[in-house]
Design a protein around this ligand. Structure first.
Ligand SMILES: Cc1cc2nc3c(=O)[nH]c(=O)nc-3n(C[C@H](O)[C@H](O)[C@H](O)COP(=O)(O)OP(=O)(O)OC[C@H]3O[C@@H](n4cnc5c(N)ncnc54)[C@H](O)[C@@H]3O)c2cc1C
Length: 300
């Protein structure tokens, strides 16, 4: 028989880790499930200074992730790392979450509540399956962009938001032979648009052929795609939770509860506040306190 946890939290980024830490410290029994080898979420992919957290001056995103991991361990949160939630269904007194740990650990976790904290993934090229990849085509920001050697290469950067403009400027300063930015429309902050300048920036419709690595018929050594983000919570699709028009899970603002009782969604997957580490961690607190109130005053 599987142990009944108070809450299974899927996703060990800032939101899920914060929720699990608060639940553990509030005397409840969480189980934190994380697909990656270590907790930390998207911020582990950020090697640059994270100057947006008032309490952590000078820390890089990766150090923030290390701190999150240290806090999870200090709170004694039970962890399933390298384990992906693949499905969920209601069971007597709660939910059963199907787990794929690559053969390690039980294939099922049971809990009185489910907290969905599985974040977002970078959007790929429209018209292709979500996970499809091509040589020389990098999707989304983070470590792979930083690890890439741009010396002497011709590079196309696709997208009209902050990430596209910021990375366009970044690549231009990394020894590339030529860099062009393609934006159907411009949504980036003015400071990035100014820094990018007009030369090399093409605004309007364009055609991409990822297999030929070309844009409007012009071949590039590298194509970098920054088309924004989309929520990732496919494992919970069977619950048919209410979503907004962009697919983010709808929640009650005061409790982070979804359209189903005892199912919560926090952090970027629910897009409740401006997406960042601090708001995601705050969401974790909201859900943990709501779960505590629910079990300590079941009628509430
Ligand atoms: C390059 C980059 C730089 C950034 N810089 C900053 C910054 O300077 N300051 C700032 O505040 N924010 C920054 N952010 C944003 C910040 O990282 C996010 O807002 C934050 O990480 C969101 O937290 P989250 O917990 O909602 O989701 P995530 O961090 O995305 O965590 C979700 C976790 O869920 C796991 N997961 C997903 N599906 C499953 C599943 N089925 N089973 C098990 N686990 C699953 C994922 O592996 C992931 O670890 C940056 C993001 C990027 C990509």
């Amino acid at each position: 028989m599987h142990e009944m946890h108070d809450a299974v939290i899927v996703g060990g980024g800032p939101a899920g880790a914060s929720c699990a830490i608060w639940l553990a410290r509030l005397g409840l029994s969480p189980l934190l499930v994380e697909a990656a080898a270590r907790p930390g979420g998207l911020t582990r992919d950020n090697p640059f200074a994270d100057d947006w957290i008032a309490a952590l001056p000078g820390a890089t995103g990766q150090q923030v992730a290390d701190n999150i991991e240290a806090s999870v361990r200090a709170a004694g949160v039970p962890l399933r790392l390298g384990t992906r939630a693949t499905g969920v269904r209601p069971c007597k007194g709660g939910v059963e979450v199907a787990l794929d740990g690559g053969g390690a650990g039980p294939a099922l976790a049971r809990a009185r509540a489910l907290v969905i904290a599985s974040g977002v993934r970078a959007k790929g090229l429209p018209g292709y399956p979500a996970g499809e990849r091509w040589p020389g085509v990098l999707i989304g920001p983070g470590s792979p962009i930083v690890a890439q050697d741009y010396s002497g290469l011709s590079v196309a950067v696709l997208g009209g938001g902050d990430n596209a403009f910021e990375n366009y400027v970044y690549v231009r300063n990394r020894g590339a032979r030529e860099v062009h930015l393609y934006a159907r429309s411009v949504r980036a902050q003015q400071q990035w648009v100014m820094r990018a300048g007009a030369q090399g920036v093409r605004v309007g419709p364009y055609q991409v052929d990822p297999a030929a690595r070309s844009v409007d018929g012009r071949r590039y050594d590298l194509i970098l795609v920054f088309y924004g983000w989309e929520p990732q919570a496919d494992f919970a699709d069977s619950l048919k939770l209410a979503r907004d028009e962009r697919g983010y899970i709808r929640t009650d603002f005061a409790t982070a509860q979804t359209s189903l009782p005892d199912i919560y969604a926090i952090g970027e997957v629910a897009n409740r506040m401006h997406p960042c580490v601090v708001t995601s961690m705050a969401d974790g607190v909201v859900a943990a306190k709501a779960i505590q109130r629910r079990w300590e005053r079941p009628g509430a």
